[in-house]
Design a binder for this molecule. Structure first.
Ligand code: SAH
Ligand code: SF4
Ligand code: F3S
Length: 442
């Protein structure tokens, strides 16, 4: 029987894509993926360091490996991703049974490290932030059965928002070559993938440093012309780099879905300045106005943070006011969390944990109402759904997403996975929509 690996993934879409790449490397080496850690020969944990809670979760998970490793000392246990980069070789002190610590930019050499472990080396780390991140493997075989996929177009970030650890754990921004991205997109489509989401920390600045190369709109145009690619999405965009040319593409490209995730972080100009976001509240609302003018049905989602140092009651009110004005389709919101090395550590006016919690609850409460009324406003409409498979709750429900990326569950007697179907929305709920399949699908 082939040797097997198990991989657990925390964090953002970049990590999900990285885990896919790692899985591909291992599959190419003859390993098979297993769902159970009890029979895996290699166990990997891909970690996130963006907030303290995420990091604690990763560390708890690593701690649990000790039991498995004691029973089966031959298995290879590795930590990869952003916590691996942040904590580095200190992880070997705290978790002596670890064999491998790889930062996000060094995962592509996994094959080489496995050979070294087989030769008897232990405690291998690779943490060079200047490593070339462009040798992303093309994902194939094990994707079978999926209908959508992430495709990485860049690595790293140069923005240095003052709260954020990402530039320190993923290094400087590097764009991947366009030919390679287009080639992989074609390959994914040939493997049955219908929807591709381009991922990067700031996709709008793709190739902006080299004028001779295609920019992000250029890349989107090339991808849009790939036959068989039904849906194209991207994440994440930084408001400061969202160009008119890109906005126009929402009306122009047939495969580009009417959804944008555009993190705003705060509704207060003072806080935005302290965060080094380099746009104002008005700049942001103006972008939203232009997006909606170009594509009236566009779904807009965002990230917001409460309790950033110096955030007064009034600043917080500005954030509440902004979400009421814009009415996001959905919003991810977080309490500001201190991270090692970030610039915000030096700012005065720390907010107490209890106050952060109060503000978060108020914000989430308001947004819940907005999300629900947005979802209800879709009742009675017809929506195109890309069917992803059976809904989690079993019975005979299928699940998929609208063009605006909302989850729709609907009953069906036949398996329609991978198909684009039309449904009528019968009910808008808090986190999803209920639909009914239209009889005629022509
Ligand atoms: N590159 C993306 C995503 C970065 S991380 C972007 O720029 O939008 C995803 C979200 O986590 C951020 O948008 C922010 O809202 C949140 N986040 C980042 N650092 C944080 C911190 N120190 N505390 C709390 N939330 C944080
Ligand atoms: Fe972090 Fe800002 Fe870069 Fe996003 S743009 S990854 S929030 S530094
Ligand atoms: Fe987390 Fe790293 Fe993504 S810190 S949010 S997994 S870039």
């Amino acid at each position: 029987m082939a040797r097997s690996f198990h991989i657990t993934t925390f964090g953002c879409q970049m990590n999900e894509r990285d885990s896919d790449s790692i899985s591909q490397i291992l599959v190419d080496k003859g390993y098979r993926q297993t769902e159970s850690i009890d029979d895996a020969d290699i166990i990997l944990i891909n970690t996130c360091a963006v907030r303290q809670k995420a990091e604690e979760k990763a560390l708890t998970h690593i701690g649990r490996l000790s039991r498995v490793k004691r029973k089966r000392p031959d298995l290879i246990a590795g930590i990869i991703g952003c916590v691996a980069q942040e904590r580095g070789i200190d992880l070997f002190e705290r978790f002596p049974y670890l064999d491998l610590v790889l930062g996000p930019r060094n995962i592509y050499h996994l094959g080489k490290f496995l050979s070294q472990i087989k030769e008897g080396r232990r405690r291998i780390s690779s943490l060079d932030l200047a490593s070339d991140p462009t040798s992303v493997p093309k994902c194939n075989g094990y994707l079978k059965g999926r209908v959508k996929s992430f495709l990485k177009i860049m690595e790293g970030c140069d923005n240095f928002c003052t709260y954020c650890i990402v530039p320190f754990v993923r290094g400087r921004e590097v764009s991947l070559p366009a030919e390679r991205i287009i080639d992989e997109a074609k390959y994914l489509v040939s493997q049955g993938i219908k929807e591709i989401t381009l991922v990067g920390q700031n996709v709008n600045s793709y190739n902006t440093k080299n004028k001779a190369l295609p920019t992000f709109p250029g890349l989107l145009r090339s991808l849009d012309s790939i036959a068989g690619l039904e849906r194209l999405r991207f994440t994440t965009s930084h408001p400061k780099d969202l160009s008119d040319e890109l906005i126009d593409l929402f009306a122009e490209l047939k495969s580009l879905c009417p959804h944008i995730h555009l993190p705003v972080q705060s509704g207060s100009n003072k806080v935005l300045r302290l965060m080094n976001r380099r746009y104002t509240r008005d700049d942001y609302t103006d972008l939203i106005r232009r997006l909606r003018k170009t594509r009236p049905d566009i779904a807009i989602t965002s990230d917001m943070m409460v309790g950033f140092p110096g955030e007064t009651e009034r600043d917080f009110e500005d954030s509440l006011g902004l979400i009421e004005t814009i009415e996001f389709d959905s919003l991810f919101s977080f309490k500001y969390s201190e991270r090692p090395g970030i610039m915000a550590l030096q700012l005065p006016g720390k907010i107490k944990e209890k106050e952060k919690q109060t503000r978060l609850s108020i914000l989430q409460d308001r947004q819940r109402g907005i999300t629900l009324s947005k979802n209800r406003s879709l009742e009675g409409t017809l929506q195109e759904i890309l069917v992803e498979g059976p809904a989690r709750r079993g019975d005979s429900q299928l699940t998929g997403r609208t063009l605006g990326n909302k989850v729709v569950n609907f009953p069906s007697r036949t398996d329609l996975k991978g198909r684009l179907v039309r449904v009528r929305i019968v009910q808008g709920l808090q986190n999803s929509l209920r639909g009914e399949l239209l009889d005629r699908q022509d």
